[in-house]
Structures are given as C-alpha cells and as structure tokens.
Design a protein. Sequence first.
Length: 429
Amino acid sequence: MVIILVGGQWGDEGKGKVIDYLASKAQMVIRTQGGNNAGHTVVTEHGEFKFQLMPSGILYPHCTCVIGNGVVVDPIVLLREISQLRERGIEPKKLFVSERAHMVMRYHPLFDQLEEESRGDDRLGTTWRGIGPAYSDKVRRIGFRIGDLQKEAFMRKKLAFVVGQVKNPVLTKLYGQDALDWESMLAEYMGYAKELDPFIKDTFPLIHDALDSGANILLEGAQATMLDLDFGTYPYVTSSNPTAGGALTGSGIPPTKVDLTIGVFKAYTSRVGYGPFPSELLDEIGDQIRERGHEFGTVTGRARRIGWFDAAVARYAVKVNGVGCAALMRLDILDDQPLVKICTGYNFRGKRFDYPLANISHYKHCEPAYESMAGWQQQIGTARCWDDLPQACRDYVERIGELIGAPIELIGTGPRRDQFVIRGRKLFD
Ligand code: GDP
Ligand code: IMO
Ligand code: MG
C-alpha cells in the first residue's frame, strides 16, 4: 500500500507524529520535497527527536528511509543529523539519499538571506536555509546533485564555473560581499563525499522493487498545501510542491500506485513567516493558544502566528491533494477554550468564497465568516478512543469533517506516540 501524507495548512501540523505512528507498519518512508526548512517532531519513550532532512521513520530499524530526488539536501545538515542520531545510539543503516537529489550549497543560505534583506518590507520570512536559491539553481540547470559528489573532476569544473562565473559576480558586484573561493569549497565537498558515500544511491530500483513486492510505503510531505509554489499564497510560499503531485515527482512513484492521501491538519491554524492568514487571532486568545501549544518554530525558533481552524483552507487542501482521510492534531491545545470558532469561508465584495483566494491582494478586503461552538473545557490527553472524548469535542471534530469533506480518522491528543485516538479503518493492516 502506498500512502501520501501532506500538510493541509501552513506547516507544522504534526506530520512527524503521524509518520512515526504509521511507520511502525511501513517498510519504507520517503521524503519527497523541501529540505531542512522542515522540522518534524517525533516523541518516543527515548525523548524528543526533531528531524529536518531525516525521514521520520528512521527510529524503526525495520524501516528503509529514503531522501528522494525532489528534496534539496544540505550535506552539512544531513551529516549533523546522522551524527546526532548516532550519539543517541541509532545507526541509520537503512538510510539512502537519491543521487538525483540536489544539494543546498554553502552559498545558498547566504543568497537566501541577502535576497530577503534586499526585499525590505516585502520580505517573505523564509527560514534562511537556502531552499529557494537551491531550487532556483535546479531549475536554471546550474545545481549540484548529491551524485555529483562522487565525481571530483566534474565537481571541480562545475564549481569553477558556477561559483567563479555565476555566483561571485553577483555576490561582489550586487551585494558587496567577498568572493567565494571555489577551490576550498571543492576540498570541503570532497570531505562530505567521503562521509556520505555509503548513503548515496540510485533510489529508483530500491523504490520500485519495494513497490513490486507490495511493501507499505509512506511518502512524507514537508511544508504544506498553503506553502505550495503553485497552490499556496504566492509569493509567500516555499519553493517546492508540498502537495500530492510533488510527492510523485519527488520520488518517482507513479500516480497509479497511490492508494491513499492523508491530510494532516492542526485543530486550529498556525503560520510562520509573512503572508495572508485570514483567520489569524491577534488577541489574547491567540496568545493563550501560542503559549499553551509552545508555538515557536522547530527550525528557526520564531513565534508562530495563530488563528482559528480555517475550513476553507482545509477544504481546498482536501480537493487539491485528493485527501481520503484526515488527521486532526493538537486538539488538546484547545482544551481550556470556553468557545471555539471555525472559519467556514470568506465574504469578499458581497460574494461568498468557499476556497482560498488566488489573488492575495484581495485578502485585505475579505471578511472571514465564523461558526462558534462550545468548548469542552476538559483535558483530553488520556483519551484513547472516540468515546473517551467529551461530547463537545466530538461535535467539533465531526463539524470539521463535514466542512472539509473528508473523514477525520486520526486525532492527536498530545505529543507522545500513545496520545492518539484512531477512528475507522486500520491503515496498513
Ligand atoms: P510537523 O512539521 O508537521 O511535523 O510538525 P512540528 O513537529 O513542526 O510541530 C508539531 C508539534 O506538535 C511538535 O512539537 C509535536 O511534538 C507536537 N504534536 C504533534 N501532535 C500533537 C498533538 O496531538 N498534541 C500536542 N499537544 N502536540 C502534538
Ligand atoms: P514543516 O515541514 C512551517 C515557511 C517559512 C516561510 C516560507 C518560505 O516543518 O511543516 P523557505 O525557507 O521554505 O523558503 O520559507 O515557508 N516554511 C515553513 N513553515 N513549517 C515548515 O515545514 C516550513 N518550511 C518552510 O516560514 O514562511
Ligand atoms: Mg515543522
């Protein structure tokens, strides 16, 4: 069985936790896009793990973990994650990186920062991890792929060209920075080549052998639908396609092999970085949720913006990704709210809109429409089945399911592995 898992809002929905739950019965987990702008948290009896490039199935020794061709890999970060795992007694024996995956090079985070600074008030609020510049170079066909690390002469020639003739003139003439020394970069990258060599592979046969043998395969999306380059709030998006289509091009799995797409949603909404956020709470309720939910970025530590659950956004995510089953995470964070609200759509120039608006300048003039429901004001962290949840809480979940057009089959009631309420079918059984 092949399952795609996508974020349904603006990221940090709890994808890592859902992958960890499903990976116990999967033979393979594949990261398909994004890079170390992602921060996926898994909490086990051994403590908390925050994965940036590492697929979230890595804690299961039976699970093959693949960093797919669609990911942009910063070798420095990957090596750091590997050594952090080793320090905690985990040897990533079944980790493979597609030789087709592009690299985030030393200069990409620098360009990310310089470009953001030059945008001034129009900056996007990127993670400064070099993601946009790395994907831009991939599209410009001046990117370096992980497999290039195994070809020193090729690296030498290409670094001389890309750094010497493309990057340095812009760095020095446009940004007034020092030129980069490509020869020392070559030595540096040859060092990474040696350390990463056991992990680099043509992952096409590996993935297709697994498909042919009927293995359970999970495609782990990073970021989310509203950060999608095409379907998100452009230009306030990331530079990849976190929607279901991106999972296919980012792994080489054909659409005909996919059995299910799971959409992961938070029981409210959060967003890091700038851009439209119609249901944003700029009041003390937003502050309360942020505090209770420790809503500070996994990657950058920035305070996340908080808002009510936006059913127009989630409905759109269900449609764009073909979500067959939804996970509603962090429901427990709303435990102490006397009243919970759901944004059901937007009113704009006298018309009702049930989906996000393509033209982001219209958000300034649109009015979100809300439905209010009674809160449950009870701790749900120990609930393990549907009937353990208070009635008002079940009503909230049911209403969200109705509004978004997908059944909510997984409910997060806390950060730990066991804090899950599962409804409906058993996936992977
Ligand atoms: P991801 O990027 O989608 O994987 O999500 P993050 O890891 O960035 O953020 C989700 C945060 O919520 C992490 O700190 C998780 O440990 C935590 N988390 C996941 N599910 C739940 C849940 O159901 N309840 C609570 N309280 N925390 C959760
Ligand atoms: P996970 O996988 C939340 C946001 C950044 C910024 C925008 C562009 O943990 O859900 P980028 O560095 O990608 O060019 O930044 O996208 N962003 C995320 N927000 N969760 C993420 O990943 C994100 N990855 C990028 O904050 O607004
Ligand atoms: Mg995250």
